[in-house]
Design a protein around this ligand. Structure first.
Ligand code: NAP
Ligand code: MG
Length: 495
């Protein structure tokens, strides 16, 4: 079969002006960091984009002190409706600068521009709009009258949805009256620093949000700082565990959004055209570097061959290449480290006896790339059925009965998300009820909405982000053993 050729359709970089170096964003200003600066590159071309500061323990102390001061003197005293106005302003500025942010995100992360432009950045704005509306309605958050903010929140985010994870963290924290010190991932700090410029444009009071950059050690030092009241972490289960150990025995509150190994379950009565699109979206969106990716396909045995055949012919049409090209479906992986891990796990899959199929793509000679890959004949005990690969690799298992599908889907240490494909509503509801997963999609996959809670069971973490539930992570219900409130707060600041 031959396919139409596409002409190159690159998005212009003209809107994006990068500085040659970026400092830390502390107390409303960019300041030099005490550590050695590091480079951020485009994972598609390995082009050097800019140089980024490393925060030392002293820098972290300065940032936390700025957040504390802003909490005590400004943010906790401010009428809640005014806090809301700042969040609306940030949301509108994100919309105004959306093309620039999308280009920066695709350059720095490697994800296709059609995803950053149509998914990531619109959701960032939606998150700020949604939580802006909550700021003066916290009495209706289900936590009783006058729920209280916690104080200074330390927030650490991963590289797969850099600006979106920032929005998931900062929007609810600010709406509930907390101040923030946020650390983005080392390989994708760029859009967080552009976001800092947006905060300056929005004239957010200095110190309400501070952004400190650096590697894992910077994150660990932030978590360890004694004047932090709340730690919110999204990342790997391994680092989540170490953070849980670090804050154990302190008064710090903790929420963890960790890894996943979601089952995407296709019954034989499923609308197959849609299911194929849903399987593709489930595992190849963002090159599969998605915590809630549908990485385990559970397909009913009698339609297995048809589903695989249709999936392979669909995957043959996906275009891998320049993330800034508007026709690109599969961009670059975020880092060499990520590529090596995926390559290793795919080799394990073959060694364990599963059948490997990869779509034929022209792999660019620079950057980090992996062709969309499907493993069939995967056993439940196989490492590629159990471990999070975090890449464009689908493991296919089969089932005969609904009970078997449920048992296999739940046979994982994780519990973040799942998908069900069936024409029969009663079956969808019954299966969803039996799945131990925080989010269950029915006849769709990877849909996100700021009003819908997101979070895990088991080793996928605890706490919820999004919606009314997401507010609880940053509030103390009246009557709880709350941290001391400042005089200002008692005088009616947090409403
Ligand atoms: P990671 O290594 O755990 O890193 C996440 C963040 O933590 C990064 O900012 C990282 O900094 C920092 N960090 C590393 N070591 C730390 C330490 N000891 N103390 C404090 N912070 C530390 O995870 P990743 O590999 O970047 O991200 C992929 C993982 O995140 C996957 O497992 C995925 O499932 C999970 N994830 C979960 C969700 C969710 O909502 N549940 C969403 C997205 C991703 P550096 O980058 O500078 O090392
Ligand atoms: Mg980068």
């Amino acid at each position: 079969m031959t396919f139409l050729d596409y002409a190159a359709a690159p998005e212009s970089r003209a809107l994006l002006t990068l500085r040659s170096e970026y400092g830390l964003f502390i107390n409303g200003e960019f300041v030099a960091g005490g550590g050695a600066p590091f480079a951020t590159i485009s994972p598609a071309t390995e082009e050097h984009l800019t140089s980024i500061a490393t925060a030392t323990e002293e820098d972290i102390a300065t940032a936390v002190a700025a957040a504390r001061r802003a909490y005590d003197t400004v943010w906790s005293r401010m009428p809640a409706r005014d806090r809301g106005k700042y969040l609306y302003r940030i949301a509108r500025l994100v919309q105004e600068r959306s093309r620039e942010l999308a280009v920066a995100e695709s350059l720095d992360n490697g994800k296709p521009i059609k995803e950053s432009r149509d998914v990531d950045i619109p959701l960032v704005a939606a998150w700020f709009f949604s939580y802006a509306g909550w700021a003066d309605k916290l009495d209706y958050a289900g936590l009783g009258a006058n729920p209280r903010s916690l104080g200074v929140a330390a927030q650490i985010i991963p590289w797969n949805f850099p600006l979106l994870m920032l929005a998931w963290k900062i929007a609810p924290a600010l709406a509930t009256g907390n101040t923030v010190v946020l650390k983005p991932a080392e390989t994708t700090s760029l859009t967080a620093l552009l976001f800092a410029e947006i905060l300056q444009q929005a004239e957010l009071p200095p110190g309400v949000v501070n952004i400190i950059t650096g590697a894992g050690a910077t994150g660990a030092a932030l978590v360890a700082h004694e004047d932090v009241d709340k730690v919110a972490f999204t990342g790997s289960t391994e680092v989540g565990r170490s953070i849980a150990r670090q804050v154990a025995g302190t008064s710090k509150r903790l929420t963890l959004e960790l890894g996943g190994k979601a089952a995407n379950i296709v019954f034989d009565d499923a609308p197959l055209d849609e299911a194929i699109e849903g399987i593709v979206n489930g595992i190849f969106f963002n090159q599969g570097q998605v915590c809630c990716a549908g990485s385990r396909l559970l397909v009913q045995e009698n339609i297995h061959d048809e589903v695989i055949e249709r999936l392979q012919s669909r995957l043959a049409t996906l275009r891998l290449g320049d993330p800034l090209d508007k026709n690109t479906d599969i961009g670059a992986l975020n880092s060499r480290e990520q590529l090596e891990r995926i390559t290793e796990l795919a080799a394990v899959g073959e060694a364990e006896g599963a059948q490997r199929w990869s779509s034929v793509c022209d792999i660019p000679t620079t950057g980090f790339w992996f062709a969309p890959t499907i493993f069939t004949g995967v056993h439940t005990s196989s490492r590629i059925a159990r471990e999070e690969i975090f890449g464009p690799v689908l493991s296919v298992l089969t089932f005969r009965t609904t009970a078997e599908a449920i048992a296999k889907a739940n046979n994982t240490p994780y519990g973040l998300s799942a998908g069900i494909w069936s024409e029969k509503g009663s079956r969808v509801l019954a299966v969803a009820d039996a799945l131990r997963a925080g989010v269950v999609w029915a006849n769709t996959f990877n849909r996100f909405d700021p009003t819908s809670p997101f979070g895990g069971y088991k080793e996928s973490g605890y706490g919820r982000e999004g919606g009314r539930h997401g507010l609880a992570a940053y509030l103390t219900a009246s009557g709880d053993n709350a941290p001391l409130r400042t005089a200002a707060e008692t005088q009616g600041g947090v409403q």
